[in-house]
Design a protein around this ligand. Sequence first.
Ligand code: FE
Length: 251
Amino acid sequence: MEILYNQGGHQNIWLEDFGHGLAVQANQHLIIHQGKAMILDPGGHKAYKQTITQVAGLLKMKDLQYIFLSHQDPDIVAALNGWLMTTEADAYCSKLWVRFIPHFGVDRLVEHRLRPIPDEGMILNLAGCDLLVLPAHFLHSVGNFHIYDPLSKILYSGDLGASVGLDYDFVTDFEQHLPYMQGFHIRYMTCNAALRAWVKMVRQLDIETIAPQHGAAFQGKPIVARFLEWCEELACGIDVLGDLFQVPQKT
Ligand code: FE
């Protein structure tokens, strides 16, 4: 567990990841403000038990007010039913995914607590703290959002900035870090136009830390700026598809 920020009744907690065999490493984050909390991308079934145990050690489950789902992937959403059944929280995801997520098995009793985020994003008020729900469509999901916390100045960037296969929590050398994230971004992110539009939006914010859903976080303004520059220049997805669409031939 890593405390990213702790001041004036506001805490940003990076929960511990226990590693789950073949399942991709995933970060779970908790924002607590004046006793109320939001969990971000709580994860799938393999992470559920340990994550909920950690959360229960930090607050009363009835004080979990929001479950934020950056997009619809199983490593984010699969255990949603358990979270809805054991808390009174409302879950927020893109309106594009509200009819699909129940296929992970969301009980009728709680499905009304899965709420849509409009394409333009929204503000979620956590006990008086306005958390920004920022559009990040096509990065990588068609209905995708990030959270910006104006008190800690942390941008929770979901799969954007994700890295895999490394053993450190914070990026210190950007160039050395690149091999852990480049391949993923080139294949999963839709196109440079989406990245550029996103960079233009987030440059308006005062960001100290970018915390992705997988791998290491970017802490401090210089490395945040370096990451944004990299995003701005990256050719990915449909930019580099090349001749991927070929009818497969028997060899
Ligand atoms: Fe994803």
